[in-house]
Design a protein around this ligand. Structure first.
Ligand SMILES: *Cc1c(COP(=O)(O)O)cnc(C)c1O
Length: 387
């Protein structure tokens, strides 16, 4: 393929663009993972991730995708035959549930419309019927990347507690962590699953489980047969900054840099930057007279925006035009909304002018693909950002 000048715009909601500082940090010699210099690195990223998850409890780091971290969570906390309640926020909730099905877990799906987040009242009502506490866990996606919807995890914890139910709360915040606020301890999550390639601005390849005492207890007394994913073995080595098997050393260099960058900017500033960019993007969508996938104004994601296409217009055709003409990758519609929606990623290492470039590409793409819309979205976002 011929060289294309200028930087490619990778505006999918993960992997997000990797900043130079992180790429350079990764480009360093591999060291002995059992040698004397390794433990500083190990201890630094393990404690750093506790600060990012906002937890006092241990965080486990796997050389894996987010999907691997899902499996780690399920196989440590649950076993085949356990009853588990999932909530259908979108494609990622659907895939996580399918994984649980394959592991022999008895899943129940509270059906959703992919345009609204978790309704904690429905979880409360379901748990109220479960007087024998047969349900061992409630699984929710905090930040549903397929639709651009956040859910109120503290409200889910409250729904469990108000019933006095013993179910564990297992949360996927693979794309939420480090792009929108997430508080593992305060919100009462037992396990939070995450990955490196979204808000953490890293390449793919690291998976995370933030734990709680109750999750550790459940794993000690039960869980599935497991080996690679076992928390106990990990935690035993982690106390001295080491890992039971070869870790992804170079990605850990990158993670150390990512944590430093997030803390230099300040997590609260990171979240308000995403809020501002999310607001600006939604201003543009409103002027285009298109609909966001998310219908509840209190649940909009600030890390990505899902945009519905008018009837009869193929979202993937718009993406194709934009990729070919402007060298920008946008997220495809997944699962039930394939072809009906596309997604603009605005998470990670991005600023006002990155977003403006992105919105220009989208507005020009809508024109070229013949999608009916009002012009002026780009100007609206400019006015918003210069106010
Ligand atoms: C990206 C993502 C996943 C899947 O992570 P992989 O690294 O692709 O395995 C799962 N859940 C959510 C919410 C995600 O955004």
């Amino acid at each position: 393929m011929a060289y294309r000048a200028g930087r490619h715009f990778l505006q999918i909601p993960g992997p997000s663009p990797v900043p130079d500082r992180i790429s350079r940090a990764i480009d360093a010699a591999v060291i002995d993972h059992r040698g004397p210099n390794f433990s500083d690195l190990g201890l630094s990223v393990l404690s750093g991730m506790q600060r990012i998850f906002k937890t006092e409890a241990p965080v486990v780091i796997y050389p894996s995708s987010g999907t691997g971290a899902w499996e780690a969570c399920l196989s440590n906390a649950l076993k085949a035959g356990d009853q588990v309640l999932f909530y259908e926020t979108g494609q990622f909730a659907t895939l996580w549930k399918q994984m649980a099905d394959r592991l022999g877990i008895e899943t129940e799906f509270l059906a959703g419309d992919w345009r609204n987040g978790v309704d904690a009242d429905r979880i409360e009502a379901r748990l109220r019927q479960d007087t024998k506490h047969a349900i061992k866990a409630v699984c929710c996606v905090h930040h549903e990347t397929s639709c651009g919807i956040t859910s109120d995890i503290a409200a889910v914890r409250q729904a469990i507690d108000v019933v006095g139910h013993s179910a564990l709360l297992l949360v996927d915040s693979i794309s939420g962590l480090a792009s929108v606020d997430y508080e593992h301890d305060k919100w009462g999550a037992d396990v939070t699953v995450s990955g490196s390639q979204k808000g953490l601005m890293m390449p793919p390849g690291l998976g995370f489980n933030a734990l709680s005492d109750r999750a550790l207890e459940a794993a000690k007394n039960g869980g599935s047969q497991r080996s690679y994913w076992d928390w106990q073995e990990m935690l035993a080595s982690n106390t001295s900054g080491y890992f039971p098997y070869t870790p992804a050393t170079t990605l850990l260099y990158g993670l150390r840099e990512a944590i430093a960058m997030l803390e230099e900017e300040g997590l609260d500033n990171v979240f308000s930057r995403h809020q501002r960019l999310g607001d600006a993007c939604r201003e543009a969508v409103a002027v285009w007279d298109l609909q966001t996938v998310c219908q509840n104004p209190n649940e909009h994601s600030n890390a990505l925006t899902g945009i519905m296409m008018p009837e009869g217009h193929d979202a993937d055709r718009v993406r194709e035009v934009i990729l070919n003409k402007f060298d920008m990758s946008l997220g495809t519609g997944l699962g039930k909304i394939k072809g009906k929606a596309f997604r603009i990623g605005h998470l990670g290492d991005i600023n006002d002018l990155t977003l403006m470039g992105v919105l220009c590409g989208v507005e020009m793409g809508l024109d070229l693909a013949g999608v009916p819309h009002q012009s002026g979205g780009v100007e609206a976002a400019m006015r918003f950002l210069s106010r």
